[in-house]
Write a protein that binds this ligand. Sequence first.
Ligand code: AMP
Ligand code: MN
Ligand code: MN
Length: 336
Amino acid sequence: MKITLQDAADKLKAANKIVVTAHVNPDGDAIGSTIALYQILKALGKDVTIYIDDKLPKNFVTMPGAEDIKRPVEGEKISADLLVILDTAPDRVGKVIEVCDAPILNIDHHVTNNNAENFLYVDATASATCEIIFYFSKILGVELTLNMAVCLYIGMATDTGFFNYSNTKPATFKAAAELVELGVMPNLVSENLERRTAHEIKILSLALQTTKLYFGGKVAGMFVDEKLSAQSDNTEGLIDLIRVIEGVEVAFLLKFKAKKICRVSMRSKTVDVSKIAQRLGGGGHVRAAGCTIEENFDDAKKILIDAIGNYMVEVNKISQADFNSDIELALEDVEN
Ligand code: AMP
Ligand code: MN
Ligand code: MN
């Protein structure tokens, strides 16, 4: 059932014991929004716990409050009045849903979130769940601390590609401006998030060399296979390096996670990649979406390129002839 932010505030105020969670493969928005809401609820005197069923990416481990995030243990049971799920529908929270069977309040900004069976507040115009939580704090009547502000800023900065993507709206800048007034230092945030070891840059250069172009250069893909992903699992920002190639409408990154588990990230300039991700069992936004393909790496690659190509034929971005040509062009074969 869709509810308003005021309804969501009423439900939180009526609850005492609250669990807050977000999606697996957590990003800055998932982590930032859970920590910020956790601290807001603590300020309201609630008994709150954060569970995320995954490892935190290295650059987020030092976020203020990250040390309070717990991982659910198989068979564990947590009783609560309310389970708050942020930045995803309930299908991507891993074991948290089995461990905590409280009524669900879902707050999200994904256009693909159709979670009708729970209380759902979804605002697909918000740049990030952190942007929603920023405005929500005003409804809840909690003044943001610097730590909360840093978390909310990180979520907005990461989901907007540092205020570059099309989801960056006046409301995003207004929220960011207030967060900076509270003491957030954008330069320190970007230094922390963009920091890479020399080894990671080496892996990044290897990943870049895997780039291939498809369908007359309208699609670009990067491949982090088992060997490459064993050397570094930090693929944050990689896809942005190929998203900018002139003529490319859809960029994707295919990454080996485990045997028969491949993660897909997609970014686009014009095509609705959330539609492609949904067909493959995932979701996301019009310009940024993802999914997991449970196949070996080579099969996943074929399934993904076919799904992208088919969709692009349907929306007249490429011709059937382009699709049939089946040409894979490596970067070293691109002419000047
Ligand atoms: P990523 O490429 O991992 O940064 O994801 C891009 C966007 O798609 C993010 O907003 C994700 O939350 C969303 N997304 C990624 N994977 C999935 C999935 N399997 N199901 C639903 N949404 C997803
Ligand atoms: Mn997210
Ligand atoms: Mn998000």
